[in-house]
Design a protein around this ligand. Structure first.
Ligand code: SIN
Length: 283
C-alpha cells in the first residue's frame, strides 16, 4: 500500500492495494491509521459492485442508520447518489457538513465509491476540523471546550428544508419529515476516540446553535467558527475517477460536494458506518 499525502494538512491518496473482503488485518489497519492521520483517504483503482462494496465496508464496522433517503433495493444500508446530466434543483451534499451529525451517535466513517463521474468537476472538498481547532487562540479553545453545539436536520429534511418536499426533477428519492425538526446536543469540541485529538464538531448544514449561548451570542460565535474552519489551509479536495473509493472520518472532517458539472452524469454509492456518542473535553 502506497500512501501519498495530498496537502500538508489533510487528505491522502492510497495506491497499490486491492480492497476485497475479507481484508487482511494489515490493509485494514493501514487504512484506519491513514484515516486517523489524514482524515480522508482516496483509495484508487478499485472494482466494486454493491455486494463487494458492502462486504468491504463491513470490515470496518457495523453500519449506521440512514434516514430520509430511500436506499438501493435489497441493500438497506447503501445509498445511490445520482445526479443526471440534465438534472436541476439542489445538489445533494452541497454544503459543508459532517454526515448525520444530528444523530445521537453520528457515523464514524463514510465510504463513497465512484461508479460514474465527469471527466472534470464533481470533486468533493474536505476541511480538517482538528487543524481548525488547533489554530484557535488558547483562550478561544478554552471557551469552546466548555460549550455544546445544537444539531438538527431541519434545514435539509424538515418540511421547509432543502429536500423536505418531493421534487419530480430529483433522481434520488428523499422524503422529508417532521422527525427532522428534532435537535441533538453534542460537545462543540470533540475528542477523537482513537487519537485523542480534539476537533471542532460543528458544520454549516446541521449545527443550528450553541446550547449555552442563546440567540445572537451563539449565532455570532458559530458564524465565526464556521468561517474559521473553511480557511483554505485546512482544506483539500478529492478528484474522482471511476473506481475511486474514498473514506473519511466524520469525527474530524467536514465535506462538501461541488456542483460544477452541469451536463454530465455522476453516480456514487455510499455507506455510513456506526459511530459513538461524541465525547467532549470534559467527558
Ligand atoms: C455526501 O455528502 O456524502 C456526498 C458527497 C459527494 O457526493 O461528493
Amino acid at each position: 500500500m502506497r500512501i501519498r499525502p495530498i496537502t500538508g494538512t489533510i487528505g491522502a491518496d492510497i495506491d497499490d492495494v486491492h480492497m476485497t473482503a475479507p481484508l487482511d488485518d494489515e490493509v485494514r489497519e493501514g487504512v484506519v491509521d491513514a484515516l486517523a492521520t489524514y482524515g480522508v483517504v482516496a483509495i484508487r483503482d478499485q472494482s466494486l459492485d454493491i455486494d463487494a462494496f458492502e462486504a468491504v465496508a463491513r470490515c470496518f464496522g457495523p453500519f449506521g442508520d440512514t434516514p430520509f433517503i430511500t436506499p438501493v433495493d435489497g441493500h438497506p444500508d447503501v445509498l445511490r447518489l445520482v445526479r443526471e446530466a440534465d438534472e436541476q434543483g439542489p445538489l445533494f451534499g452541497s454544503g459543508w457538513h459532517s454526515d448525520w451529525s444530528f444523530q445521537a451517535a453520528p457515523p464514524s466513517y463514510t465510504m463513497l465509491y465512484a461508479v460514474q463521474v465527469p471527466d472534470a468537476g464533481g470533486d468533493t472538498a474536505y476541511t480538517d476540523q482538528s487543524a481548525a481547532y488547533e489554530a484557535l487562540s488558547p483562550r478561544m479553545r478554552e471557551i469552546c471546550d466548555g460549550l455544546h453545539g445544537v444539531h438538527s436536520a431541519a434545514r435539509s429534511y424538515g418540511p421547509r428544508g432543502t429536500f423536505g418536499r418531493p421534487d419530480p426533477r430529483r433522481s434520488m428519492e428523499i422524503t422529508g419529515s417532521d422527525d427532522a425538526l428534532a435537535t441533538q446536543t453534542h460537545p462543540l469540541v470533540r475528542v477523537h476516540p482513537i487519537t485523542g485529538r480534539r476537533s471542532l464538531f460543528i458544520n454549516d448544514v446541521y449545527t443550528v446553535g450553541i446550547a449555552e449561548l442563546p440567540g445572537g451570542e451563539g449565532r455570532a460565535l458559530l458564524d465565526f467558527l464556521l468561517t474559521h474552519c473553511r480557511q483554505i489551509q485546512f482544506t483539500t479536495r478529492i478528484r474522482w475517477t471511476p473506481g475511486t473509493l474514498t473514506m473519511w472520518d466524520n469525527r474530524m472532517v467536514q465535506h462538501f460536494a461541488i456542483g460544477d458539472y452541469a451536463g454530465h452524469r455522476r453516480e456514487m454509492i455510499r455507506i455510513t458506518l456506526a459511530g459513538d456518542v461524541p465525547v467532549g473535553v470534559n467527558g
